[in-house]
Design a protein around this ligand. Structure first.
Ligand code: GAL
Length: 469
């Protein structure tokens, strides 16, 4: 016999006088529910609308289409030779040669594929005619004096006041050596190089804007230490140009950031101090200045196992106590951030020293996270190129506000046999299209757009990229 449970809640709604309180609250909650659904619907469709708009633009704009037509590469590992360089042999003594071994082997038959010689250098001062403004990723790139640009691990500042782009980076024009047997290849600190340009192609050498300390061995930027990945931001409130950089000792145990300041984009920068941000070790880092003028530092921490993000103080000379751990346990470095239609994006590399590895793109609604990993952004058929980020490592992403959704991906093709001869890989980066990995936090809605970096042996910016300037 079925027992009637007097405590069982009724499943139908009663609308008599006693139930009127209940029905009121049901109505309120239904309304709240409807509003919530509407909100989500609007949010998703607004994003979808923007994405469709973007996709339409990407398919129909011939210039953008050109940027997306990648060139193919087919690098074959050459047959084994008798003698290999000690550097390559030491790295993988027993395994068969990989393309990365070839890349790191200064005697490889493929050397000129990875590091084309002087004859092919990009010289913006030559009357290049039809070849003007073309980027050739991996080739030697000369400044307006005809000297190879020295701005590795760099970043770009667009200075509204002078309507000029400034490229800051590691000036590495010195001998490469190993401080001891097991140490990574290095060049003594020379300083931070600065180059200026109005077209992002012809760069004038503005000199070394922060110089190494020659004599005081206890100084952070004594030449025997490490200064990497300098980034400069302008502070509207103080009128100062503030430089942040990775500061370390030759063994990478200091793991700190350094801060320098100048009244001018072209320096000289006055070195202030170094610190461990929020008390944490910090190695590869970058600075991102948001539209509202707040600047954030992003750094690899906990032995490169995670990234930390936190806002700088109003004067940009320090970090605030606020910090978030992101991409925990993912072992990412070389962060390069950018923003598109209110969403934050970031490209990172894996942690394999000077050797290239696979890039990943990440996205977030708030810069403080949570950050979602979207997958490898590199678009090229060759798996080798895709899995090595075109044999390079991210350093910065330049926004091109006149072509919304289009950016320049800046990377370094490190040459650990001769670091001064490391090359620059600049490629078009476009935000649009669906992502290629399922995401954790999207409640089933594809909120993010894909980030694509298109491989080209030769490419140039579409006309009108700088019309807003
Ligand atoms: C990389 C890092 C570079 C440099 C290099 C030294 O992982 O991204 O900036 O520090 O290691 O081996």
């Amino acid at each position: 016999m079925r027992m009637r449970n007097k405590y069982r809640k009724p499943t139908t709604l009663r609308c008599n006088a006693a139930g009127s309180r209940c029905s009121k609250s049901v109505a309120v909650w239904s309304l709240v529910g409807c509003l919530l659904m509407l909100h989500i619907y609007y949010f998703v469709h607004q994003k979808d609308g923007k994405r469709t708009e973007n996709q339409f633009r990407m398919v129909h704009d011939p210039q953008l289409r050109e940027l997306q037509q990648v060139e193919e590469e087919n690098i074959q590992i050459p047959p084994p030779r008798g003698k290999r360089s000690p550097r390559a042999a030491k790295r993988r003594p027993k395994r068969p040669t990989t393309i990365i071994d070839e890349f790191l082997d200064e005697n490889s038959q493929l050397r000129s594929t990875f590091f084309p010689g002087e004859k092919t250098a990009i010289n913006p001062m030559n009357d290049a005619g039809n070849d003007s403004f073309f980027y050739y990723p991996g080739r030697i790139w000369l400044d307006t004096d005809g000297t190879p640009i020295q701005a590795h691990g760099g970043g770009i500042l667009y200075d509204e006041r002078t309507r000029t782009y400034y490229w800051y980076g590691e000036y590495k024009d010195g001998p490469t050596y190993h401080a001891h047997k097991k140490a990574a290849a290095r060049v003594d600190i020379i300083g931070v190089g600065c180059y200026s340009s109005t077209d992002l192609w012809k760069w004038k050498n503005e000199g070394i804007v922060l110089e190494a300390e020659e004599s005081n061995e206890t100084h952070d930027i004594h030449k025997s230490n490490v200064l990497e990945r300098p980034k400069v931001v302008y502070n509207e409130k103080t009128g100062k140009y503030v430089m942040w950089m990775h500061i370390d000792d030759a063994n990478y145990t200091k793991a700190s950031v350094g801060i320098a300041v100048s009244d001018y984009p072209t320096g000289p920068f006055n070195y202030l101090r170094s610190k461990r941000p929020h008390g944490f070790d910090s190695r590869d880092m970058t600075i991102f200045k948001d539209d509202d003028g707040v600047a954030y530092m992003v750094y690899s921490s906990e032995d490169n196992s995670e990234l930390h993000i936190g806002p700088l103080t109003e004067d940009f000379l320090d970090v605030t106590p606020t910090v978030k751990r992101v991409l925990v346990g993912q072992h990412r470095e070389a962060p390069a951030l950018f923003k598109h239609q209110g969403t934050y994006y970031m490209i990172t590399s894996g942690c394999t020293g000077w050797a290239p590895n696979e890039a990943l793109a990440h996205a977030a609604e708030s810069i403080m996270g949570p950050w979602e990993t979207m997958g490898n952004p590199c678009v090229v058929k060759s798996k080798t190129f895709r899995h090595t980020t075109f044999f390079s490592q991210s350093t910065y992403v330049i926004p091109l506000p006149a072509i919304p959704g289009t950016f320049i991906f800046m990377a370094d093709r490190w040459n650990p046999a001769d670091l001064r001869d490391s090359r620059y890989v600049w490629l078009p980066l476009i935000v649009g299209g669906p992502v290629d990995r399922p995401l954790d936090y999207n409640f089933g809605f594809p909120l993010w757009s894909r980030v694509s970096i298109y491989w080209h042996r030769k490419w140039r910016l579409p006309q009108g990229w700088n019309v807003l300037k």
